[in-house]
Design a protein around this ligand. Structure first.
Ligand code: COA
Length: 143
């Protein structure tokens, strides 16, 4: 039997994800000013990580770029704790924005539970013409 070909959208999504999580991309994030990483661990396992940075284009805006909890540890408050840390890291920011795929119901629920609201949509997640649609969400930050 012929193997099934992944759809163009899935292929693009996998390419973008590979680039997004590459070592050069990680190094660039580590070198960036006005940016914060958080890692959740119990001394043995890494349960999750998050990364946010001041926006280079939006005045007084921070961007939540990554928030991942290992599936084994989800729904135990780890995302909440990491987000609580990240949202206090940018005293100059008046709001935080993020992009999330419309079918990512867990993330949408998580962000809504943490005060984010939908402010728009884009047909191209990330840089360039990815062709991956995302919802843009925003939350005001305490000054
Ligand atoms: C989104 C994500 C980071 C949430 O992390 P988590 O540690 O599982 O979330 P928490 O346990 O801190 O949940 C806090 C609250 O968010 C909401 N929530 C979290 N996961 C949810 C889910 N699957 N369904 C509905 N609500 C959810 C709930 O209100 C929850 O509170 P409750 O458990 O008291 O009901 C996690 O699901 C994840 O890593 N997903 C895969 C990666 C991803 O999609 N990241 C976001 C990319 S934009």
């Amino acid at each position: 039997m012929r193997p099934m070909m992944p759809s163009m959208a899935l292929t693009r999504s996998l390419e973008l994800t590979a680039k997004w999580h590459s070592v050069p991309a990680l190094k660039a994030r580590l070198a960036r000013k006005n940016a914060e990483f958080v890692v959740a661990d119990n001394g043995k396992d890494i349960g999750g990580m998050g990364y946010a940075a001041m926006s280079e284009t939006l005045k007084k805006g921070a961007i939540l770029h990554q928030l991942y909890v290992h599936p084994k540890f989800q729904r135990q408050g780890i995302g909440r704790d990491m987000f609580a840390e990240l949202e206090t890291c940018f005293p100059d920011a008046e709001f935080m924005q993020l992009e999330v795929e419309p079918q990512n119901h867990a993330a949408l629920s998580f962000y809504e539970a943490h005060g984010f609201v939908k402010i728009g949509e884009t047909a191209n997640c990330g840089d360039g013409q990815s062709g991956i649609p995302t919802i843009i969400m925003e939350k005001p930050l305490e000054s």
